[in-house]
Design a protein around this ligand. Structure first.
Ligand code: CP
Length: 314
């Protein structure tokens, strides 16, 4: 049983929670579709998707995951909702809660919104990415993909592997969640990016900060490329894409200098030709679409674990 009632961050998960979710995701990933249709567990339950910020992968992946578990799903369309008439986010969430979902999947451009809803409502909350804070299910699917690719069990974890996270670390909730999760699972994590895109203090994360791209990736087992989060820059100057690509873009030439077994990852959306050259994104050693595929099994596991916890409490 999970130790938490909501999935708000990697920071609050215990190792046993992580192992439970990843282990269950492995089961879902191995089961074929016919087996899953036999699972009556969530029939009659429903999940509400509240995405207050655009999403392709996370929103649809949660929708597919819930449907594979025989749960029903409703999704708020922000642009055609009463939010545009001035209704507050909290009132919107309270009204949707009144319709009876057991779980709400929440994405917001403001850090702390999922936690605020968890404090205000009775429904279970899953953080689908909140501002620059955390994106816990992305990190879980990234870790799952690394375990799968390198043939590790959940208990083995990622000990002995080196993962480089490259790009706009400062504005990235994916980096925050991954630095926490990958180090918890035993990986050595190096981060790099332009000085202005690195946070002032990463001392609490147990990662190594390296000021250039070539050094941290030369012996890494995996490199995780992040896009520049232009929407989070405010009035600051956005770096030139050409300069960025020259110094921190993963070109084919750089990728081929990495070990022959090394893999590339990206949470998406990708900006081809900026942080990653197309030939790398589409390379046989790219795990990018595998990450998306695994996202379904991981989100099924998250829904399953939280439903089990909540239904067990009743
Ligand atoms: N990785 C990710 O969160 O993608 P979306 O913004 O498309 O959901």
């Amino acid at each position: 049983m999970l130790s938490v009632d909501h999935l708000l961050s990697i920071a609050e998960l215990k190792r046993q929670d992580i192992e439970l979710i990843l282990g269950r995701a492995q089961n879902f990933s191995r089961a074929d579709a016919r087996d899953l249709l036999e699972v009556p567990f969530l029939r009659g339950q429903f999940v509400a998707n509240l995405f207050f910020e655009p999403s392709t992968r996370t929103q649809l992946s949660f929708e597919v995951a819930a449907k594979k578990l025989n749960a029903d799903v409703i999704s708020l369309n922000m642009a055609t909702s009463s939010l545009v008439k001035g209704e507050t986010l909290l009132d919107t969430a309270k009204n949707i809660e009144a319709m009876g979902p057991e779980l709400m999947v929440v994405r917001s451009s403001d850090a702390g919104v999922p936690k605020m809803l968890a404090d205000e409502l009775k429904v279970g909350i899953i953080n689908a990415g909140d501002g620059q804070n955390e994106h816990p299910t992305q990190a879980l699917l990234d870790a799952f993909t690394l375990l799968e690719h390198f043939g590790r069990s959940v208990q083995d974890g990622l000990k002995g592997l080196t993962v480089a996270i490259v790009g706009d670390i400062k504005h990235s909730r994916v980096a925050n969640s991954n630095m926490r999760l990958l180090t918890t699972l035993g990986a050595k994590v190096r981060v790099t990016g332009p000085r202005e895109l690195l946070p002032d203090d990463l001392s609490g994360f147990g990662v190594q900060v390296v000021p250039n791209l070539d050094e941290p990736i030369v012996d890494a087992d995996a490199v995780m490329m992040l896009r520049i989060q232009k929407e989070r820059f405010g009035s600051q100057e956005i770096p030139s894409e050409r300069e960025y690509h020259k110094h921190f873009g993963l070109t084919l030439e750089r990728f081929l200098r990495m070990p022959k077994h090394a893999v590339v990852m990206h949470p998406g959306p990708m900006n081809r030709g900026v942080e990653i050259q197309s030939e790398v994104a589409d390379h046989p050693r790219s795990l990018i679409l595998r990450q998306v595929k695994n996202g379904v099994a991981v989100r099924m596991a998250v829904l399953h674990c939280l439903f089990a916890k909540r239904l067990g409490m009743k």
